[in-house]
Design a protein around this ligand. Structure first.
Ligand code: PMP
Length: 451
């Protein structure tokens, strides 16, 4: 039996994977990724695969970065762990909090640390409700979110998210969370002018606030660009209208920056890209380039003042909040981003290059739309692009394309029949060309099978 087969058998026997049909996986066998360098993954059969998804939207600096490895090694020798409860803190947590305050908009100067994006969003629920309780408005506690948004997989995160298959398993959402439609113009508004569509779906927020009563609504949460939902880039008219509505009814704005944060759009945060003034910003993933599990919530002065003046404990926190080794790796990540001026490079060099190179796939007979912002990209696969007809089984089309993509040496992910990419921010222009070349070959192979 080959090493790969042995690993597959053992994995099937003992390992339960996230978001997986375990029967199907055991029959198919897992792909064992054994090492990685730069933007390439290597599997246990020796295949070299371009990682067009930065792991799971996180390895922004690519693999094998010595600065990050050394930061972890040094911190583990000095102080691998200590908590930030009971009046304690650690130097990496302090340094990271300061660095984050420097890159955050000027009205954000605090961070509450977690180990993941899901924990960050659970923290958002606690913080938003506690904030209003501190203002003497404990009834102002409903959080409005969006269908097909993704905010994590804990009970709180999955409730905030608008993924119906997740809600269906386990009686979600929890009370006090409700959803409005997403600004998915290509999928849900194609016959309308996109600007008008953006305003119309944003105004669903106003209708929902009026229906619930503004004194009952604590916050609105959204990803600046939906990631897991299929890289859904809202029309430019969407966020200004959301801003207007939240201001009018005094609703906290929560910008989920778990994917869009740390340079992905060519700005430090997705909210910077859209000019959104957020009260809370959950972060994770790119914060440590995925090298260590760390996340947090960036907290505006408005909310942090309330915590500081409450005169009591905010009864929330995690064993690993501010974990020193994870924080040290995040500090190293941000230092690399500064020293390589990576956000500017993404904005000025890579954004236009990716838009042009990846956008060139729009001429393919299988492709209804290609959209990009920064280094996020999506391709809409169509049964018949002339009549705007989607495949009857969207998921099967996406999976078919994804499998060809891997066979062609490129990780792309399928969300329904939308193929998505999120390459590392350190990708070079010639590597972008290679990504696009493999994506085109993948579309040809998929078209040969499906059309
Ligand atoms: N928010 C967003 C926008 C995400 O994309 C994700 C993860 N894909 C999460 C939250 C949850 O993060 P985690 O998986 O680290 O819990």
């Amino acid at each position: 039996m080959s090493t790969t087969s042995k690993w597959q058998v053992s994995d099937a026997a003992h390992h339960l994977h996230p978001f997986t049909d375990h029967g199907a996986l055991a029959a198919k066998g897992t792909r064992v990724i054994t090492r990685a360098e730069g933007i390439y993954l290597y599997d246990s059969d020796g295949n070299k695969i371009l990682d067009g998804m930065s792991g799971l939207w996180c390895v922004n600096l690519g693999y094998g970065r010595q600065e990050l490895i050394e930061a972890a090694h040094k911190q583990m020798q000095e102080l691998p762990y200590y908590n930030s409860f009971f009046q304690c803190t650690t130097p990496p947590a302090i340094e990271l909090a300061e660095l984050l305050s420097d890159i955050a908009p000027s009205h954000i100067n605090h961070v509450f640390f977690t180990s993941s994006g899901s924990e960050a969003n659970d923290t958002v629920i606690r913080l938003a409700r506690y904030y209003w309780a501190c203002q003497g408005k404990p009834e102002k506690k409903t959080i409005i979110s969006r269908w097909n948004g993704y905010h994590g997989s804990t009970i709180g995160g999955a409730s905030l998210g608008g993924m119906k298959p997740m809600h269906g398993q386990g009686d979600l959402p929890i009370p006090g969370i409700c959803h409005i439609n997403q600004p998915y113009w290509f999928g849900e508004g194609y016959t309308e002018d996109s600007t008008a569509f953006g305003v119309r779906v944003a105004q669903e927020l106003e209708q929902k606030i009026l229906e619930l009563g503004e004194d009952k609504v604590a916050a609105f949460i959204a990803e600046p660009i939906q990631g897991a939902g299929g890289v859904i880039i809202p029309p430019d008219s969407y966020w200004p209208e959301i801003n207007r509505i939240c201001k009018k009814y005094d609703i906290l704005v929560v910008s989920d920056e778990v994917i869009c944060g740390f340079g992905r759009t060519g700005q430090w945060f997705g909210s910077d890209y859209y000019g959104v003034k957020a009260d809370l910003m959950p972060i994770a993933k790119g914060l440590s380039s995925g090298y260590m599990p760390i996340g947090g919530v960036l907290v505006s002065d408005r909310v942090s003042q309330a915590l500081k003046q409450s005169g009591e404990d905010f009864n929330h926190g995690y064993t690993y909040s501010g974990h020193p080794t994870a924080a040290a790796v995040a500090v190293a990540t941000l230092k690399v981003m500064h020293s390589e001026d990576l956000v500017t490079r993404v904005r000025d060099e890579l954004t236009p290059y990716y838009a042009q190179a990846f956008g060139s796939l729009a001429d393919h007979p299988l492709v209804g739309e290609v959209r990009t912002t920064g280094l996020l990209g999506a391709i809409e696969l169509m049964q018949d692009k002339a009549s705007h007809s989607f495949f009857a089984e969207k998921g099967a089309a996406g999976n078919c394309c994804r499998d060809f993509s891997i066979a062609n040496g490129l990780v792309m992910r399928g969300v329904g029949s939308t193929m998505i990419t999120c390459p590392p921010l350190v990708i070079t222009k010639s590597e972008i060309d290679l990504l696009v070349e493999r994506a085109r070959k993948t579309l040809d192979d998929t078209a040969a099978q499906l059309l």
